[in-house]
Ligand binder design. Sequence first.
Ligand code: SF4
Length: 112
Amino acid sequence: MLSDRVTDHTLVDLKSNDRAQAESVSQIQLHIYALGYRELTGHRADYVEVYDLDGRKRSARRVDDGLLRGIAADVRAAADALRKGVLRKRPSKKRCGECDFRMVCSSGAKVV
Ligand code: SF4
């Protein structure tokens, strides 16, 4: 039997300690997933969650509409820059320190 009950939509990202990353990066990543989910399904995600497979812990938060709007603008700007081939590097100690490419990036090597 079908129910009329509306349930919350939660996007869950499964992570192990090997893939641990800064909380701020996870939140941006999860909100990008929420944007993709909305584009793909037409439904709004209510919550985003990181599930730590090693520690078996959940970390959930309500989708932040303000953050979502800001990230959507950033994604559009990045897509536009990619199409034009004008991606500028913006090295910084904090950003490059968390970047997976810092070992092969000459700009990152200068600031980290
Ligand atoms: S290390 Fe290079 S690719 Fe990574 S954030 Fe810094 S400038 Fe960008």
